[in-house]
Structures are given as C-alpha cells and as structure tokens.
Write a protein that binds this ligand. Structure first.
Ligand code: APR
Length: 163
C-alpha cells in the first residue's frame, strides 16, 4: 500500500526511512540535517566508512537513535532544466532505494521528497516520478510512505494517487 502522510520523517516508526543526501554522505541541511541530528553522531561515523554515493544510487546504514531500524541514503539530482537526465536520475533514486530495502527485508519504508528542496526539482514532476516507481514495488512492501513536510506536498500526492 502507498500511504502519503504529513510528518517529520525522523519520527516515523517504520523499518526504514530514506535520506535525501549529497554525494559526500557527510550530512547537510534540510532533511539530511534533521536525520543526522536525530540519529546522532554514530551516523556520521558510519557514513564516513561508505566513501560517498553517486547521484541516483543508494546506501544503507543503521538508524541509530531513530525509531527506524535503517536509513537508506540516496542522492538526488539537482534540477537544472530537465534536459540533463534529472528525471531518470530521480527515478533511479527511488528504484535503487526500494531495491536495497527489499534486500534488507524492509517491509515499511518512508521517503522524503527527494531533490524537491535545495535541489529545486519541481515538486509536481518529482511526485509523479516517485509514485510511478512506488507503484512498481507496491505489492512487495506492507507500506510505502511518501512523507510530506507540508500540507501542499500531501495534497499533491493524494491527487496523484487518486487520479
Ligand atoms: N521530514 C520530512 N521531510 C523533510 C524534512 C523532515 N524533517 N525536512 C525537510 N523535508 C523535505 C523538504 O521540505 C523537501 O520537500 O525534504 C524534501 C527534500 O529537501 P532537502 O532536504 O533540501 O533535500 P534535496 O532537495 O534533495 O537537497 C539535498 O540538501 O540538505 C542538503 O545535504 C543535502 O546537499 C544535499 C541537498
């Protein structure tokens, strides 16, 4: 089931939450900063042993102080003009994160809006891509949660899912 919610992703009691990271995996602002703050400094130690992550790929760590058992870090594309492979790279983020979750027996997983903050990916385009890939994996998970940080984002996902 795909179930959008409005929440702070660091507080969700799911098997895995996904982090919108950068290529260094060493933390940042936005949801990346919130996750590192909530998970604690052990997360940074774990990430330092991962030697980064290419855009579109995903890496997994424990959740440490989070309610979630795992954090899946993925690096979204920074939006330029839509003609630099951004859509395919964002699709890769969702697909690689879900594939990695399956490999770790994850049954419930929550995603923030990858690339829709600092990386400026248009929210409507990003949500369409996210739902398209989530639907490919829908029946292999108990719950896939688009975790929206604003009411507007939640309504966007609800409209796409009911369309
Ligand atoms: N819970 C859920 N969603 C959140 C939270 C939170 N606590 N905080 C922010 N968000 C939402 C934002 O509103 C946005 O919709 O996460 C989405 C992604 O925004 P960013 O965190 O800015 O991520 P992104 O656009 O992918 O940019 C990644 O920003 O923080 C740095 O290190 C990160 O360099 C990387 C870049």
């Amino acid at each position: 089931m795909i179930e959008p919610v409005r929440a702070d992703i660091t507080q969700l009691h799911v098997d895995a939450i996904v982090n919108a990271a950068n290529n260094s995996l060493l933390g940042g602002g936005g949801v990346d900063g919130a996750i590192h703050r909530a998970a604690g400094s052990a997360l940074l130690d774990a990430c330092q042993h991962l030697s980064g992550c290419p855009t579109g790929e995903a890496r997994i760590t424990p959740g440490f102080n989070l309610p979630a058992q795992y954090i899946i870090h993925t690096v979204g594309p920074a939006w330029q003009d839509g003609h630099h492979g951004e859509k395919q790279l964002l699709e890769n983020c969702y697909r690689n994160s879900l594939q990695l979750a399956l490999e770790n027996n994850v049954k419930t997983i929550a995603f923030p809006g990858i690339s829709t903050g600092v990386y400026s990916f248009p929210k409507d385009k990003a949500a369409e891509i996210a739902v398209k890939v989530m639907r490919e994996f829908e029946y292999r998970f108990e719950k896939i949660i688009p975790c929206c940080f604003s009411e507007g984002d939640l309504v966007l996902y609800q409209n796409i899912l009911s369309g």
